[in-house]
Ligand binder design. Structure first.
Ligand SMILES: Nc1ncnc2c1ncn2[C@@H]1O[C@H](COP(=O)(O)OP(=O)(O)OP(=O)(O)O)[C@@H](O)[C@H]1O
Ligand SMILES: [Mg+2]
Length: 233
């Protein structure tokens, strides 16, 4: 059974009627690509429960998630930027993935420290976001997502602001964490080459629909799939 299914999930914003059908196998790493305004972020927001479908069903391991609050869903989400609270330290930001208590106990703090270490930021706990690089901040955001131990990791262009070298490092890190935690990943990216060597599958969203869905090598080519050629050029 797929870990995640979108079954005729309809949602409309002014100007765009979206309808998504998608099956995601457990452990998959899917690159979600497509033009600006196509509905990629909305797709993730639907899965995370930030918006509710007008009709259709979103199933987690076969069970309908409608009615589940975002905090209850088996999902964590990392955005492009502004993931962190600037007045909190790295450790406090990660702890927010675990608790809203002001004074979390030692076991929770230890788990947050571990998550920072897992993203290569051991010892960064006391730093505030302003004293970190963009890549370090995104790794703190990733640590906060991972510490929640949710099986579905949704990434909405989390590396867009980083240079190519750092992006590759982050993709390598995600790959390691995926294996360690058996994550299933939906990753929105504007750099389709990020999919190469990392994701196995590409889902191309166009005008609120899944317009193409297949193995990375098949769709990216060379030569690229004819429907992707315009988008990639
Ligand atoms: N909060 C909102 N209120 C109204 N319309 C919205 C809202 N968010 C998105 N939209 C519209 O819904 C459509 C899909 O937006 P979405 O953010 O999902 O696109 P996207 O594929 O993520 O684009 P980008 O690559 O630019 O991030 C767009 O036409 C957008 O203008
Ligand atoms: Mg978006």
């Amino acid at each position: 059974m797929p870990i995640l299914q979108l079954d005729a999930v309809r949602f409309a914003y002014d100007g765009l009627d979206m309808c998504f059908d998608l099956d995601v196998a457990e452990g998959a790493w899917i690159a979600v690509i497509g033009p600006s305004g196509a509905g990629k972020s909305t797709l993730l927001d639907l899965v995370a429960g930030f918006v509710g479908p007008d009709s259709g069903r979103i199933l987690y391991r076969g069970a309908d998630m409608s009615g589940m609050a975002p905090s209850e869903r088996p999902v964590s989400l990392v955005f492009q930027e502004n993931n962190l609270f600037p007045h909190l330290t790295a450790l406090q930001n990660v702890l927010l993935g675990l608790t809203t208590r002001a004074r979390p106990g030692a076991p929770l703090r230890a788990r947050a420290e571990e998550a920072l270490a897992a993203v290569g930021l051991a010892g960064y706990g006391p730093r505030r976001p302003a004293a970190m690089s963009g890549g370090e901040r995104q790794r703190v955001a990733l640590a906060r997502a991972l510490v929640r131990e949710r099986p579905l990791l949704l990434l909405d262009e989390p590396f867009a602001a980083l240079g190519p070298g750092l992006r590759q490092d982050m993709l390598g890190l995600i790959g390691q964490l995926r294996e360690r935690a058996r994550l299933t990943i939906l990753m929105v990216t504007h750099q389709p080459e990020d999919a190469l060597g990392h994701a196995e599958r590409i889902v191309f969203i166009d005008k609120g629909r899944v317009a193409l869905d297949g193995p990375v090598a098949e769709l990216m080519g060379p030569p690229p799939h004819p429907r992707l050629a315009d988008y990639l050029s």
